[in-house]
Design a protein around this ligand. Structure first.
Ligand SMILES: N[C@@H](CCC(=O)N[C@@H](CS)C(=O)NCC(=O)O)C(=O)O
Length: 262
């Protein structure tokens, strides 16, 4: 008899991570069975290194390790028979370029801005990093938080000034997205949801705190007023509204269920 467990992928994450949310969204949409293995920062490396990676997410599926979120999107697309990338070569190229651009710029800048605002709040960090992580790991948080905070600050070059520059870059990317949407289209490329829309919405999560997002984010009422105001400002843009709509309409719709009901 076939061992069904062997077909369940292992998905190594830090629950707060927006790159993990990007991959999780793709796996959910493709209805690719996986078991999430959430970790607190730093301890994730014990698992990712074993799989030949470093950052999260990492997915181990059918004996292969996928150590980049975009590689997980491509796998999810193949698994589902095309749920995320268009057939048309020109459109596919546009989707790939947008995904790469969001990976390179949007993700790092939304993250840096959020960390610049929240990294000094030890209680908040502890609570967010502990959510969904194994209890044995959360017991180490009093030791890990100061260390991880230093590494995050140095690794992502987080300062009040860089945080400010990052949010300006985020506004710039939002304006570019709005430019694309100006003709009334519902999706960034073509007339259906693709990896480009998913990449934008997932990597914008740290500046939108969207309802429906499965990454662990603070509640709006527990962050400083300046953060709340910036989030509300970005939510109230066309690009912000677009991302929030994607969470409402596209986050919980596996491709399998969609084609069964189409
Ligand atoms: N290019 C990577 C970026 C992933 C990434 O930056 N992950 C962050 C969390 S948002 C991470 O793992 N940070 C901890 C580390 O660098 O070990 C991808 O798309 O998967």
């Amino acid at each position: 008899m076939k061992n069904r467990n062997a077909e369940v992928a292992r998905f190594i994450t830090i629950p707060l991570s927006h790159y993990c949310e990007k991959a999780r969204w793709a796996l959910d949409r493709a209805a690719l069975p996986y078991r999430e293995e959430p970790h607190i920062p730093l301890l994730h490396r014990l698992s990712t290194k074993r799989s030949g990676g470093g950052t999260v997410p990492v997915l181990i599926h059918a004996g292969r390790c996928f150590v980049e979120s975009t590689a997980i999107l491509v796998l999810a697309d193949n698994f589902s028979g095309g749920a995320l990338y268009p057939q048309d070569a020109g459109q596919r190229h546009q989707v790939e370029s947008l995904v790469a651009r969001f990976d390179r710029e949007l993700g790092p800048h939304t993250r840096r801005w959020a960390y610049a605002q929240l990294l000094s709040d030890t209680a908040l960090l502890r609570r967010i990093w502990a959510t969904r992580a194994p209890r044995a790991e959360t017991l180490l948080l009093p030791v890990i938080v100061p260390l991880a905070r230093r590494l995050v600050r140095a690794g992502y070059r987080v300062t009040p000034e860089s945080g400010q520059r990052s949010i300006e870059r985020v506004h710039g990317i939002f304006r570019e997205v709005e430019e694309r949407l100006r003709d009334g289209r519902r999706y960034l490329v073509g007339d259906r949801f693709s990896a480009a829309d998913l990449g934008f919405a997932a990597l914008a999560a740290p500046v939108l705190f969207p309802a429906g997002c499965r990454a662990v984010l603070p509640a709006l009422d527990e962050v400083p007023a300046a953060v709340r105001e910036e989030v509300l400002r970005l939510r109230d843009t066309d690009a912000g509204r677009f991302a929030l709509r994607l969470y409402l309409q596209e986050r919980d719709t596996p491709a399998a269920a969609r084609s069964a009901t189409a």
